[in-house]
Design a protein around this ligand. Structure first.
Ligand code: NDP
Length: 445
């Protein structure tokens, strides 16, 4: 049995039932086979086994009181996976599906994603199974404050710097930062990113993941003699990543024909009206079904999965993990789609990814393609540490430059290791080489 296969077996036996975590590990390890097996130093230094164990994983109780005076209990998580190249960095997710396996899978991915940005950030992830849906603003504030009481023990601008993710936007970051400031009695803006511009936030952070995705996909299309101009695009999700992917793709001449939330999707053959979408989802926090009130020619269908049955050229899954399974992948192929740009983290199952690659799809893998958010978070930290603000165009130019570099890095690694247009494999190889090299430099521990 090869070293890789043994490491995967070890991961399975040490993490039973952690489906999501095991899936990202297998996806990563399968594409680094040639690299690992051709050099004995990895096995001699147990690099894979060391990479599989988080530096630490923190689980804690979050108790808070709802508007009716009832005591509620949720579970909080922070997985500090690997700080070889910088402080732990990764978002906080508030969603009822949150569990340790999902946190570990996202933190593991984050380690490698962050290394691709070329910036000094390690990898972590956190969150809670708290469901913000249907909660009042005061309940959300109380939850965030109580969550931070425990989390604050493990944070610091050189230690661990969280950010937003599903269910955590600028409002929640404000409550979290406010509570951290109160507990520590220090104004330490670079301890959390995604802040409002008035107290240390960065311009472009809000747009960064969506814009960055489109910059990466633009490069991938260019590399294959294509562009966004005139392409029909579907976007799953209508949250932060989806909205700004839509905005930038429209600026490049794409026709966004459908978007969804977790209840259903809208199909607008004339192209999604982004201002309406922003008002419903960003400002009013309502359901996407309301879109057809202003746009009666558009159609609403309940059930979010149907979005992948639409005829399109490009699909940008920007909602959540494992959105696209093998059946969705087959539908996309049969309907003429040939490009996938992963805005969400791991939106395709391993089976779906294998099928799509076999069928000649160009895939912008999340590890590389959605790194624009965390890269801009690192730019936010730099501005905080220097005590200055860059203007919109300066940050946007840096983001574009970073995404072009990430594309070139993933393409080069794919080419060097015989993976041709498999940019996902390129992302895995390039990031593995960087992290393993630094771990070897730091000695055995
Ligand atoms: P938001 O909370 O802003 O939006 C999430 C969107 O996905 C909403 O439209 C939501 O619908 C939908 N959604 C959530 N869960 C499900 C589900 N189980 N089934 C179907 N739809 C679902 O999150 P973000 O836009 O910030 O994040 C989206 C993805 O991008 C996540 O995978 C995240 O990890 C990833 N990502 C985000 C970054 C960022 O900077 N924000 C950075 C890198 C990655 P509804 O409104 O009904 O809840």
């Amino acid at each position: 049995m090869s070293y890789i296969s043994r490491a995967i077996e070890t991961a399975k036996s040490r993490n039973p039932g952690e489906i999501e975590f095991l899936q990202v590990v297998e996806e990563m390890f399968e594409s680094i086979h040639t690299v690992v097996e051709s050099n004995p130093k990895y096995e001699e230094n147990a690099i894979l086994e060391r990479m599989l164990e988080p530096d630490r994983q923190i689980l804690f109780r979050v108790t808070w009181v709802d508007d009716a005076g009832r005591v509620q209990v949720n579970r909080g998580y922070r997985v500090q996976f690997n700080n070889s190249i910088g402080p732990y960095k990764g978002g906080l997710r508030l969603h009822p599906s949150v569990n340790l396996s999902i946190m570990k899978s996202l933190a593991f991915e984050q380690v490698f994603k962050n290394s691709l940005t070329g910036l000094p950030i390690g990898g972590g992830k956190g969150g809670s199974d708290f469901d913000p849906k249907g909660k009042s603003e005061r309940e959300i504030m109380r939850f965030c404050q109580n969550f931070m009481i425990e989390l604050s023990r493990y944070l610091g601008h050189n230690l661990d710097v969280p950010a937003g993710d599903i269910g955590v936007g600028m409002r929640e970051i404000g409550y979290l930062f406010g509570q951290y400031k109160r507990i520590k009695n220090v104004f330490e803006p670079s301890v959390i990113t995604g802040k409002n511009i008035n107290y240390g936030g960065s311009l472009v952070r809000k747009e960064a993941t969506g814009y960055g995705l489109i910059y990466y996909v633009r490069e991938m299309l260019k590399d294959n003699g294509e562009s966004f101009e005139g392409k029909n695009v579907i976007i799953s999700g209508s949250g932060n990543v989806a909205i700004y992917a839509c905005e930038k793709a429209q600026q490049y001449g794409a026709n966004i024909i459908a978007m969804c939330d977790s209840d259903g999707y809208v199909y607008d053959k004339d192209g999604i009206d982004l201002e309406t979408m922003k008002r419903i989802k960003e400002r009013d926090r309502k359901r996407i079904s309301e879109y057809i009130i202003d746009h009666p020619n558009a159609e609403y269908y309940s059930g979010q999965k149907g979005i992948f049955s639409l005829k399109c050229d490009i699909a940008l899954p920007c909602a959540t993990q494992y959105d696209i399974g093998i059946e969705d992948a087959a539908k996309l192929k049969n309907n003429g789609c040939f490009v996938i740009g992963e805005g969400a983290n791991m939106p395709c199952t391993n089976e779906a990814t294998a099928y799509l690659l076999e069928n000649g799809f160009l895939i912008a893998a999340s590890k590389a393609a959605n790194a624009g958010g965390v890269a801009t978070s690192a730019l936010e930290m730099s501005q905080n540490n220097m005590g200055l603000y860059w203007d919109f165009s300066e940050v946007n130019e840096k983001l574009d430059h970073i995404m072009v570099n990430i594309f070139n890095t993933t393409k080069k690694a794919a080419t060097n290791y015989g993976f041709d247009k498999n940019y996902s494999a390129g992302a895995n190889i390039a990031s593995f080489l960087k992290i393993s090299d630094v771990m070897l430099n730091h000695g055995i521990f």
